[in-house]
Design a protein around this ligand. Structure first.
Ligand code: PGA
Length: 254
């Protein structure tokens, strides 16, 4: 059984005092989220220490938004996997579309980042997703397949089974235009099927698949209800404790 994961990607937002306040709000409400769901905060590097301190032993997990592919060295401004582990991170995003678009992260670089995350003992959340142009041109499956092939190739079954994938259609990120549960489920089923072909059914059944792109407390229940949607990667709505917790608790019976 895959444990749902609700992750808040804060992107390049908040100063320390604001981050502490938001974290306290999430921790205070985390008890109302069903116990079978994991919560994760992904603040910018500058806030990891402060947020980690507030999280304490609350059970809410900590992760980063990116990492360097080397563990140390002459890479001015780089932040490595061991540095993230040292700050208490358990997870790290790899390949967010904003990294691909604004920072030029290529498939080859992301492959190295994913490997670096695994060798540092971090749990990568690898993000894939097509642009509007690609969807309209009927290229969605080709794009998703390529993004997976370039970065996940050669991964051992055990590493693959522990991986989290986030399907984030670029046209839905920050646009207020959430994919319908049907559209998201179709893509998730495609991704799980592709993983099954490469790594086998049992690995595919363990991989956690998150949906991301304008998720709100209102849209979350319908998405989380789908068989292949195992959680959400939340951007804008994760900057307020109330809406993040609303998503985390959405559609749960308990
Ligand atoms: P959004 O961002 O929820 O603001 O659309 C999602 C993401 O980019 O992870």
């Amino acid at each position: 059984v895959r444990r749902p994961l609700i992750a808040g990607n804060w992107k390049m937002n908040l100063l320390r005092a604001e981050a502490r306040q938001l974290t306290r709000g999430v921790v205070a409400g985390a008890g109302r989220v069903p116990r079978d769901r994991d919560l994760l905060l992904l603040p910018p590097f500058t806030l990891l220490d402060a947020v980690g301190g507030e999280l304490g032993s609350s059970g809410v997990r900590l992760g980063a938004q990116d990492l360097h592919w080397e563990s140390a060295g002459a890479y001015t401004s780089g932040v490595s996997g061991p540095m993230l582990r040292d700050l208490g991170c358990e997870f790290v995003l790899v390949g967010h579309s904003e990294r691909r678009t604004h920072f030029g992260d290529t498939g080859a670089a992301l492959h190295r980042k994913l490997r670096a995350a695994l060798s540092a003992g971090l749990r990568p959340i690898y993000c894939v997703g097509e642009s509007l142009e690609e969807r309209e041109a009927g290229r969605t499956w080709v794009v998703l397949r390529t993004q997976c092939d370039e970065v996940l190739r050669g991964l051992a079954p055990q590493a693959m089974a522990g991986l989290t994938l986030a399907y984030e259609p670029v046209w839905a990120i920050g646009t207020g235009r959430t994919a319908t549960p049907e559209v998201a489920q179709e893509a998730h089923a495609f991704l799980r099927g592709s993983i099954a072909r490469e790594w086998g059914d049992s690995v595919a059944s363990e991989v956690r698949l998150l949906y991301g792109g304008s998720v709100t407390p209102e849209s979350a229940a319908g998405l989380l209800d789908r068989p292949d949607i195992d959680g959400a990667l939340v951007g804008g709505a994760s900057l307020r404790a109330e809406s993040f917790l609303g998503i985390a608790g959405a559609g749960a019976s308990a």
